[in-house]
Design a binder for this molecule. Structure first.
Ligand code: HEM
Length: 349
C-alpha cells in the first residue's frame, strides 16, 4: 500500500529550521535581547564611552597602556595549591601590559587613579594563564550590575548622580577612601597589583582552595602626588617604565592568599583578614618594554577566565561578566585597526 510520505529532504530541512530557530530564540533570551533591563556586554561597553568619545581602535577600558615581555619564575611552592604547570619550578614566558584604568587612550597619567597589569603566562603543556590585576586593595562595587550603575552615574549630567550612587552602594566607600587617601607613585614598577576576584585552585589530590593573588613590587614605592606627576608630563609612566626596564628587569613577587572556610569569595569589595595564609609562588620579571601600537600585547584579550587546568572560576560573579565584556571590547577594537594604524613612527615610546 502506498503511503504519502513527505520527501525526506524537505523533512530534514524543516527539522533543521526548527532546531536553528529554537537555538536562536534560546540564545536571544540568554543574551538578554528580550529583557531590556538585563545587563549585556553591549550595554556595559557602551557605558564606558566617555562624553568626549570613544578611543577608536583601543580597549574600551584601560585604554592607555604599554606592552612588556618577560618571564615568570616559579619557585615550586604553588604546586601545593594547584596542579597547574605554571607553579612547577621553572621559567615560563610572559606577555604583559601595563595600563591605566581609563577609556581615554590619551588621558594624562595624573588624571587616572587605577593602574593595571595584564599578563599571559604560557607553559610547555600548551596552557595559558591570563589575568588582569589592578592596584586598589578592593574593587569598587560588589556586583557587575552595580558596576554598570557606577559607570552610568560617573558619566551622568546630574551633578548629584555619584552622591546618589554612593548612598545606595555603601561598599563603594572603601574604594573611594583608597582613591582619595591612598598614595600615588611615579612608576608602574612600584605598584602592587591585585586579582581582587577570587578563583579556585585545584591541587594534585583534587582538593580545592579558594584564592586571590597579588604581585608585590621589588621596587620600593616612593609617594608622588598627582600634581608632581602632572609636572613630569602626560605620558611619564610609559617613558619611565621603558627606561627603567632597559636599565634592569623589574620584579614582582607573586603571593597567593588562601581563604579560610567562610571567607567571602563572591564579593571583591571585601578584603580577607590580614592573617590569612599566603604562599609566595614565584617572581614576575619584566625584561623588555614595547609601545602598544606595534607591540605584542596589542591584540591580546587578557580575559581572566582563560585559566590552565588546576584553576577555575569561583562563585565570584565578576570573571564571567568581565569575560563577555572584554570579548565585546576586543571585537570592536580589532575591527577598528584603521583608526589606530600600525607602523606609524614618532608614536609614544
Ligand atoms: C564588571 C566589571 C568589569 C568590567 C565591565 C570591566 C571591563 C573592562 C574592559 C571592557 C576592558 C578592555 C578589554 C579589552 O579590550 O581587552 C578591561 C580591561 C581591563 N580590566 Fe576590567 N572590567 C571589570 C572589572 C575588572 C576587575 C575586577 C579588574 C581587576 C581586578 C579589572 C582589570 C582590568 C585590567 C588590568 C584591564 C586591562 C587589560 C589589558 O591590558 O588588556 N577589570 N576591563
Amino acid at each position: 500500500m502506498a503511503v504519502a510520505h513527505r520527501p525526506p529532504v524537505l523533512a530534514s530541512l524543516a527539522l533543521i529550521a526548527i532546531v536553528v530557530g529554537l537555538g536562536a530564540a534560546i540564545f536571544a533570551c540568554t543574551a538578554g535581547w528580550f529583557s531590556p533591563q538585563r545587563l549585556t556586554p553591549d550595554k556595559v561597553v557602551a557605558a564606558f564611552a566617555p562624553p568626549t568619545g570613544v578611543s577608536l581602535g583601543h580597549r574600551r577600558n584601560h585604554a592607555k597602556g604599554i606592552c612588556f615581555t618577560g618571564v615568570f619564575e616559579a619557585n615550586g611552592a604553588g604546586s601545593e595549591l594547584s596542579l597547574a604547570r605554571v607553579f612547577a619550578r621553572g621559567q615560563y614566558p610572559v606577555l604583559g601590559r601595563f595600563n591605566l584604568g581609563t577609556p581615554d587612550a590619551d588621558a594624562p597619567d595624573a588624571t587616572v587613579r587605577v593602574r593595571g597589569l595584564g599578563m599571559q603566562i604560557s607553559t610547555p603543556d600548551e596552557q595559558e594563564w591570563r589575568s588582569a590585576t589592578i592596584n586598589p586593595p578592593v574593587f569598587t562595587v560588589s556586583t557587575p550590575q552595580a558596576f554598570y550603575e557606577l559607570l552610568r552615574a560617573s558619566h551622568s549630567e546630574n551633578p548629584d548622580a555619584m552622591k546618589a550612587f554612593a548612598a545606595v552602594h555603601p561598599e563603594f566607600t572603601k574604594f573611594a577612601d583608597w582613591a582619595k587617601n591612598g598614595p600615588w607613585t611615579g612608576s608602574y614598577a612600584e605598584e602592587r597589583y591585585n586579582s581582587l576576584n577570587s578563583f579556585i585552585f585545584v591541587d594534585g589530590s583534587g582538593a580545592e582552595h579558594a584564592v586571590r593573588w597579588s604581585l608585590l613590587p621589588a621596587a620600593q614605592p616612593v609617594a608622588v602626588s598627582p600634581d608632581e606627576l602632572a609636572k613630569r608630563g602626560p605620558d611619564f609612566l610609559e617613558q619611565e617604565i621603558a627606561r627603567r626596564v632597559a636599565g634592569e628587569p623589574q620584579r614582582w613577587t607573586m603571593v597567593v592568599t588562601v581563604a579560610n572556610p567562610g571567607d567571602p569569595t563572591a564579593d571583591p569589595t571585601v578584603a580577607w583578614p590580614a592573617d590569612r595564609r599566603s604562599v609566595e609562588v614565584g617572581t614576575l620579571m619584566a625584561q623588555h618594554v614595547q609601545a602598544e601600537r606595534d607591540g605584542p600585547c596589542r591584540d591580546i584579550n587578557f580575559d581572566p577566565t582563560v585559566l590552565p587546568s588546576g584553576m577555575r572560576t569561583s562563585d565570584d560573579p565578576f570573571p564571567a561578566a568581565r569575560s563577555s565584556t572584554y570579548a565585546k571590547s576586543y571585537d570592536l577594537r580589532t575591527a577598528e585597526a584603521k583608526d589606530y594604524p600600525r607602523g606609524v613612527t614618532g608614536a609614544k615610546p
